[in-house]
Design a protein around this ligand. Structure first.
Ligand code: HSE
Length: 305
């Protein structure tokens, strides 16, 4: 089998969007790029520039390489291609709740599939990526772009993808500390009450309906959640004050991005004012942060060379 060199671009993503814990995701216009050449001998050459350079492993522990190997195994050619050259250029902040590990997984599997003539379908890639990541909420929007609702039933992930009909930007406040997802999951209770579950079902359903119909007035309280944000607030100083500051500056609403620590506000006006208000609110809690203004990425992972 022959393999071609491919270059892939993968969007960063935000999971949960408030109440849709482990279920909702959205692709953002902030990207990691990856160039892959498969080798028939066992040389592994990994180069990382941008975010994570110096921190991301460049040997066989590298998550992009491990994801490529999953595709090679699935296609029965892991004995034929033993090594690779992987050049990564990362712009998605690392370990901040913007899906950097999902971009690595999706980048690896998409690149390997394209290098070998794209024998696997999007659904095949979703299954492989979900099995590696453990949940589909970030890998689904990284693969397909737009906004995604994902479930896993009997081990099979299923994703409904749509583009929001509302016009908005995402103002992302990026604090200057890392928060590993594992640590942010350890503070969550194993069980929640029926009333909290009902609250989250309602918030999630209203958010989806409002985004599909373009009903701005329903967005204002639709990011409220009782499953994870209240418990994670102790790990992100000032979180609720930052949400409030964003709203007072004109945002429709704000939420914890994935497992954090990034916070995201949806706004259809005054992005700079919202961003500055979020940074100032963080500063009042001695947290240094920067902000980015992003749009919804429509395309997901795609070949760019
Ligand atoms: N849904 C995950 C969490 C996001 O909140 O822990 C990280 O994939």
């Amino acid at each position: 089998m022959e393999a071609r060199t491919v270059k892939i671009r993968v969007p960063g993503t935000s999971a949960n969007l408030g109440a849709g814990f482990d279920t909702l995701g959205i692709a953002c216009s902030c990207y990691n790029e990856l160039e892959l050449t498969l080798y028939k001998d066992n040389r592994l050459e990994i180069e990382v520039t941008g975010e994570g350079a110096g921190d991301i492993p460049t040997d066989e522990r590298n998550i992009v390489w491990r994801s490529i190997v999953k595709v090679l195994k699935r296609l029965g050619c892991n004995k034929e291609f033993l090594g690779a050259r992987i050049k990564m250029h990362n712009m998605v902040p690392l370990s901040r709740g913007l899906g950097s590990s999902a971009t690595a997984i999706v980048g690896g599997i998409k690149a390997a599939n394209e290098a070998l003539g794209a024998p696997l379908t999007g659904q095949d890639l979703l299954k492989i990526a979900t099995d590696i990541e453990g949940h589909p909420d970030n890998v689904a929007p990284a693969l397909f772009g737009g906004m995604t609702i994902s479930t896993v039933k009997n081990g099979q992930p299923e994703t409904f993808r749509f583009m929001p009909r509302l016009n908005f930007k995402m103002v992302v406040a990026v604090p200057d500390f890392y928060l590993p997802t594992k640590a942010a999951r350890e503070v969550l209770p194993d069980k929640i009450s029926r009333s909290d579950a009902i609250f989250n079902i309602g918030s999630t359903a209203i958010l989806i309906a409002a985004l599909m119909k373009g009903s701005k007035r329903f967005i204002y309280n639709a990011f409220e959640d009782k499953m994870h944000q209240p418990y994670r607030a102790e790990l992100i100083p000032g979180m609720f004050d930052v949400f409030q500051a964003a709203k007072e500056a004109g945002a429709m609403g704000a939420f914890l991005s994935g497992a954090g620590p990034c916070l995201i506000a949806f706004t259809d006006k005054n992005e700079a004012r919202v961003g500055k208000a979020m940074i100032e609110a963080f500063a009042r809690h001695d947290v240094k942060a920067e902000y980015m203004v992003l749009s919804v990425d429509e395309e997901g992972a795609k070949v760019i060379g």
